[in-house]
Design a binder for this molecule. Sequence first.
Ligand code: ZN
Length: 210
Amino acid sequence: MTRRRQAQEFEGCLSAFFGLFGLGVKQDTVTSLPYRTKESILTAAENRFYLVLIKAVENKAVIIPKVGLQDVFAINDRENYRSFRNRISTRHIDFLICEVNTLRPMFGVELDDSSHNKAETQKHDLFKNMVFEAALLPLVRVPVKQNYHVEELKAVLQEYFKKEESPQTQPSCPNCKIPMVRKTARHGEFKGSDFYACTNYPTCKEIINI
Ligand SMILES: [Zn+2]
């Protein structure tokens, strides 16, 4: 009898024993856990894009696939912390582009497949867009394709790398005394012009016009 088989039989005895006493508590054993390691953590479509993304990012940053939004975003609202955490706890970003040494998030890349045309998915996409915008983290959406061009993707990402500046040249928020982030106004009379916003936004609405 193999060790594995022995373990299974022993476990069978145990569960019969507990079942008899109505406890119904099934103890986890290694052999009872139905996990196996996937061939890759990426789907085939994600992998196709990833290979091009590596070339586009070069060695300017680190690419981390499938990061939970909970690990990317802190929550400023203590009173409603649980509720805001729950809203992001099951969501992830396809690829997070981070600074090499510190793993500070620089921007997110989301690969949009055909499911993104469905109403329900669009609702989730919109929420995700808003979370990124609220946290002042750029989000790049790339439609899923059969083939990608490295140079094309490089040109798109270039803009996001350009916005990245060394912390020394970033101003600090006069209220919070923390580094501010460079943003481009999307609406209103200053649309298209750049400014610095506090990383505590929306709690802190301090901005510095450039
Ligand atoms: Zn501030």
